[in-house]
Design a protein. Sequence first.
Length: 532
Amino acid sequence: MKSQTTEAAAGASGDLIPIKACQPNPWNKARPVDNEFKESIRSEGVLQAILVRPNEDYGYEIVCGERRWRACTELDTGTIPAVVREMTDEQVRRAVLIENTHRAAMDPMQQAELIAEYLQDGLDVAAIAAATGWGEGLVRRRAKLLDLAQPWKELFEAGAWGWSVRHFELIARYEHSVQLHLYGVINEWDAKRMDLPALEKWLASETKLVKSAPWKSSDETLLPAAGSCDACIKRSSCQPTLFEEADGGATKEDRCTDPLCWDQKSKAHVARREVELREKHPNLIKVAKEYMPDHPEDVLAHHQFEPAKKSDKGAVPALVVAGKGEGQLTWVKPDKPASSARASGSKGEEKVTTLADRKAAIAKRRNVWILKHLGERLEKADHRALKLSEVVPLVIAFGTVRNASSQWHDGDPWKKAAAIAAGSSTAEQVSALWKQVADVIAQRLKYSAQGSVDMKDAKKLCELLDLDMKDLETAAREEIPDPKSWAKLEEEEKAAKKPRKRKDQGITYHAGFNPHSGAEFDGMDDDEEVEP
């Protein structure tokens, strides 16, 4: 076997040199030799000669082909075909870089590890870029893959969402705290539909333009621990090769890459403005012009007020705490009273919220809670009892999380369809279809909870999956109980409706009846009994 392998090796271009006369060079980052590679050497021999340079101490230093040399060493072939060339250290490093980074079997994460090792050895990005022909931007982006936070790294290794390497390189540009924030707010349903432009657009929505800050970018006192935006190194312009900005200084598209810090500054700015404005407007209320995930009870949502002029009847001063004009004073007409203010009636008199209104409001809050938690239960719901005839209409009506453009990049969809039809059971097909449409329905529940609070989807889902709607309603009541003060209000309402007796005339009138006008303005129906 030894002579056979050596004979096959002699067919490669180059001279045969003794294996024991060769040693690896210190810059090579060769990966272990697997059995498959070793067997190909055993059967076919070395088809491409290794590259070596003369070495005074031991004969030859391997420049390229260390894995081939290791395989031959394990197989004890005795010799190996080699091209012997005089080379400087710089030429050796460049040749090693080119071979390793362009090795077909090396995945992007291994390339990132290799680049990091060369950087640690003293090579700079420019040298690595020149050797590989990648460009400095690509070298930096590829190396940043090592900075992926653990949840993102797991998604990358799993090939999740159909994302490319470039998708994850965009995420890896941010600090771990920011990556974890992005991981927490990204929606899987949207992520599966994101091509690169869509992801860049989403990241842009999460990272604000420095010039759009409602506070002065030079302000060092707003959040002392962070300092001013102008002096912050987390601006995208401070990392030009990662964020493709012009080198040095702020640009028109200079962005804050730390949304958590931005959010803290935003809250500090709003708090500062509230103190300033309340001195002049004691009846100031707070409004939000965009959706707030954790909506404070003392802030009117965008659908609870109308924009107004200061001179309009019923207009009140308001501080914008979220959305366009954040931190600014505006004037609005509340549709519903904020907890810190009362609305005005049609004639300007004070209008007190009735118990019925309060019950309706808390019922809506409970429905929002039900919609949110029902969406979370969809993933764990037992769909095995569903029939294909039940799921297919849902897919047709609601659609799925995958759109056509993303499917085009999944190889041969016809081949995939044939494999599904031939190799999958009906139960497996139902499960796959349900997973797709369930994500869509979960999104409907989420957006319904933010807007119309339509419970139709919730009731239909409970019927379809045999979920207990009453159990959800009970849990919602426990989570959002009736205020204790309502018991007293109910007693007062009952007392107001209870008939009372006019002692001076011996006549009994029920509440709400005016004996002088003969008009009944509030109280019992005409046929309701009174005391004799």
